[in-house]
Design a protein around this ligand. Sequence first.
Ligand code: CAA
Ligand code: NAI
Length: 247
Amino acid sequence: MKRLQDKVAIITGAVNGIGYEAAKTFAREGARVVLADFDQESGETSQAQLAGMGYNTMFCQVDVSSRESVDQMTRNVLDNFGQIDILINNAGITRDAMLRKMTAEQFQQVINVNLTGVFNCTQSVIEQMIAQGKGKIVNTSSVTGVYGNIGQTNYAAAKAGVIGMTKTWAKELGRKGINVNAVVPGFTETNMVANMPAEIIEKMKAQVPLGRLGKPADIANAYLFLSSDESDYISGHVLHVDGAIIM
Ligand code: CAA
Ligand code: NAI
């Protein structure tokens, strides 16, 4: 029996980086995966690749920062698949700048996607999960949200907020059969990190006790565990997948 057999999983930010790796992992484990992403071009390519592997997935273009767009996605998913078992709030952006230079727009853009986006998606699917009597929600935070990072006022605020929402929702939704957990990735090899100055990447890497950056599969495997029945008695947990950079 596959670990997510017959489950319907929405993964936001699913057509690049960690989200795409998670989409492949979840599909391999039997889930019907909704690739929910802003990026139409990569969305169509990723959807075609997964269909070519024989997986039952759908691409849904969505801007998680827009409630209207998110509600449209939820309606689409229910029309196509009839249920929602898993939500992985993985979409995220950076707009790095030192506090002294950060514009109000840079601050707000990151809050809108990385914090309000998580609220929008969760609130949009929650009535369906409550009606089903079971659900799994995994929110993506970051080491930056736990220990801060130079140049990331906006991002650290949003990712710390994600941990607060996770714990609140675990308390509110536990009695409805819904588990809510957060994953805290360390620096992981995706475009998000590739865009950082090379010398800062090397400095970060040197601080990781396990001696390397994360790989998308490291994070996808944590999403999988927290979405499977194996974690049924785990909720409100903040799981670091960071090579022990924070202990
Ligand atoms: N550690 C130590 N010093 C640092 C530093 C760091 N991480 N980052 C910047 N500084 C220092 C610089 O050396 C520089 O020092 P001096 O004034 O003595 O020369 C000073 O701070 C100003 O830095 P910059 O010249 O780089 O300033 P800038 O305005 O041109 O750029 C920045 C600022 C955009 C924040 C740039 O430094 C940057 O991109 N830093 C990387 C930010 C980062 O780590 N982002 C993580 C992205 S990955 C991610 O977000 C995933 C996740 O969840 C972890
Ligand atoms: P990525 O940049 O490779 O992928 C992010 C995806 O989110 C993209 O497909 C993008 O189109 C999508 N997206 C952006 N804005 C969106 C919006 N408004 N609506 C819908 N989709 C949107 O990034 P990566 O590295 O795969 O990051 C995934 C998650 O992991 C993010 O939440 C990120 O903050 C978090 N994270 C990443 C770390 C890293 O080192 N790569 C470390 C810690 C956390």
